[in-house]
Structures are given as structure tokens and as C-alpha cells.
Design a protein around this ligand. Structure first.
Ligand code: F6P
Length: 343
């Protein structure tokens, strides 16, 4: 029987509550563990800001978006005496292990804490789907569906007005959301960080469609897409605690450029945090549940320094080191499939 701390860090994501519920349900009823929830990610661990996490407090949350624990982008290694404060907080709560649920940054902290001798098992979370150790992260499918629904809606208005509509989706430096939603939504061009784009070529796709009597076009752009001859376009200057610049706003530039170069009326939509909000799809509830169960099983076996992961149809454990070595960028074959439908 162990006492385990659970936290959710980084951007929130549909399915987080499914993971928390699964950890607690299996942990209490099968293994006899008890839990402490830390509020707002690593910030809660540093400040020893806790909430009760038991069968009662995790009932009725499976379908709810966001995270009942709250989240933040906090870097333990930027905080004064960060590691010692984590150790103190664990001692104060009599904890044997931590289960951090997060993306590259939150789990990057977990990996370094593991090197310091702290018992951790990570659960991979991000709508961006850019974590290397796992085929999919939960939250991704929900974000893709939200973006696809938006593209469907934008299609009908683009068609009515003979317009080019640029749809900006999230994904940071990976084009997974853009390509999945772009293929599903029938986009006429998809711009991703992994393939720097030539604006003239994008305009050429649009012109070709108009010559073929298609009077509207949909261009899906990932927030981190970069032109061949420059840096990523972002409307922001700020960086987070992990040194990542805030992305977003490239669609504004594209709207201006495409309209002025082609002469076709152009509008843009930035989907933003809509992609992270609301209820998780069934897929993400199931994956989150499987991850939660697998993580608490790993703690029960004392198999630390690991992250649970989906490989094919199996949920297994991979070393945090391996999982975080490189971000998982877009599969080139998938992009080539999308390209068949451009222009
Ligand atoms: O990592 C998830 C994500 O939604 C990215 O796609 C996006 O760039 C970022 O988080 C936005 O972060 P914030 O919610 O801090 O603005």
C-alpha cells in the first residue's frame, strides 16, 4: 500500500479527469493506496498546496473537460530550492511516489526529479500529440474533432462568399492537429512546422482551384508553421517558464498575404483554446482511463522513472529518458497523403 501524489501540469487537455479518476479508482479499490492531489501542477508541489483525492472527489468527472486539480506551467528547476521543496512536500504528505500527468515540460521536470532519486511515473498528455514515447496522447483526438467540426462550418461560409478561409490550429512545433483535421476537413492546403512553406506556392494552390471553377478554398495552418525564408510568425513576445515562445497569429499574416497576392477575398479564424475545452471524445476517455490504470499499476510494482505509453493497441511503460529524448514530429507519409488533395 502506497501513498501517492497526483498532479496535472502544462496546458489542460480533454481527458485529464479520466486519468485522475482511473488512478484513484484502481489505486484505492485494487491496490489499497491512498492519494493526495496537488493543485496547479508543480506549483502545488512547491507550495504544498493539496486537495483530497479519494473515491468521492473523483466521482462524476469522467466526461468533464479541464482538470479538477488545476494546472500551470511551472518549472521546479527555475524555483529557488525547487528539488528540496518537492522532497519536503512529499515528506509532509508522507508520499512514496508522484504521478505527474503532463507533456514534454511537466514530464521533463519528472525525469530530472527521477534522476534526483524521487519516485515518479509519468502519464503523457497533450493535444499536440508530440511526445515521442507514445503513438498517441489523450486529448489529441478531441482537439482534432473540434478543429474538423470548425473546418466543416467554415467550408459552408467560404463557399457562400467565394472566399479563401485560413484556419489556424494549435500544435506548437508539430503539425499533427493541422494534418489530421486538414485531411478530415478536406483542406486545400495544410501548412505545418515540419515543412516550411512558400507563400507563392500556397497562392498557386488557391489560383489553381479558382481556374478549375472552385470559388473558395480552405487553408489550414499550424500555429508553428514557418515560411521557407523566415522565422515563425507569432503575434506574441512572451516566453513561458520553460523558455517556449507563445505562438499564435500566423493566420493574420496569411490572410493579408493571400488576399494581396491572389486578389481573392480572404478571412481567417484562429481556433485557439476552443481546441482544448469541453468534453473529451470517447477515444480520449478510454485512453486516459487505460493510462491512469497503467500508471498506478507501475507505482504498485515500484517501476519508477517510467512513462505509460500507447504502442499500437498496447499500453506499456517506456523510460522517461527515451520518451522525452526528441519531440515526435509529423510522419512524412501522412503529410504526403494530405498533399494529394491540395489545390
Ligand atoms: O501544448 C498545448 C498547447 O495548446 C499548444 O498547442 C499551444 O501552443 C499552447 O499549449 C498554448 O498554451 P497556453 O494555454 O499557455 O496559451
Amino acid at each position: 500500500m502506497a501513498r501517492i501524489g497526483v498532479l496535472t501540469g502544462g496546458g489542460d487537455c480533454p481527458g485529464l479527469n479520466a486519468v485522475i479518476r482511473a488512478i484513484v479508482r484502481k489505486g484505492v479499490t485494487v491496490h489499497g493506496h491512498s492519494f493526495v492531489g496537488f493543485r496547479y501542477g508543480w506549483a502545488g508541489v512547491l507550495e504544498n498546496d493539496t486537495v483530497t483525492l479519494d473515491l468521492d472527489s473523483t466521482r462524476g468527472i469522467l466526461h468533464r473537460g479541464g482538470t479538477i486539480l488545476g494546472t500551470s506551467r511551472t518549472n521546479v528547476f527555475k524555483a529557488e530550492n525547487g528539488v528540496q521543496r518537492v522532497v519536503d512536500s512529499m515528506r509532509a504528505n508522507d508520499l512514496d511516489a508522484l504521478i505527474p500527468i503532463g507533456g514534454e515540460d511537466t514530464l521533463g521536470v519528472a525525469r530530472r526529479l527521477s534522476e534526483e532519486g524521487i519516485n515518479v511515473v509519468g502519464v503523457p498528455k497533450t493535444i499536440d500529440n508530440d511526445l515521442a514515447g507514445t503513438d498517441f496522447t489523450f486529448g489529441f483526438q478531441t482537439a482534432v474533432q473540434i478543429a474538423t467540426d470548425a473546418i466543416d462550418r467554415l467550408h459552408t461560409t467560404a463557399e457562400s462568399h467565394n472566399r479563401v478561409i485560413v484556419v489556424e490550429v494549435m500544435g506548437r512545433h508539430a503539425g499533427w492537429i493541422a494534418v489530421y483535421s486538414g485531411i478530415a476537413g478536406g483542406a486545400d492546403a495544410i501548412l505545418v512546422p515540419e515543412r516550411p512553406f512558400d507563400i507563392e506556392q500556397v497562392c498557386e494552390h488557391v489560383r489553381r482551384r479558382h481556374q478549375a471553377k472552385r470559388t473558395f478554398s480552405i487553408v489550414v495552418v499550424a500555429e508553428g508553421a514557418t515560411p521557407v525564408d523566415g522565422d515563425a510568425w507569432t503575434a506574441h513576445q512572451t516566453k513561458d517558464a520553460f523558455g517556449h515562445v507563445r505562438l499564435g497569429g500566423i493566420a493574420l499574416e496569411l490572410e493579408r498575404e493571400i488576399e494581396s497576392r491572389t486578389g481573392f477575398e480572404c478571412r481567417m479564424t484562429i481556433l485557439g483554446h476552443v481546441q482544448r475545452g469541453g468534453s473529451p471524445l470517447a477515444y480520449d476517455r478510454v485512453l486516459g482511463t487505460r493510462f491512469g490504470v497503467a500508471a498506478v499499476d507501475a507505482v504498485s510494482e515500484g517501476d519508477y522513472g517510467k512513462m505509460v505509453a500507447l504502442r499500437g493497441t498496447q499500453v506499456l511503460r517506456v523510460a522517461l529518458d527515451e520518451a522525452l529524448a526528441e519531440p515526435k514530429l509529423l510522419d512524412p507519409e501522412l503529410y504526403e497523403t494530405a498533399e494529394v488533395f491540395f489545390g
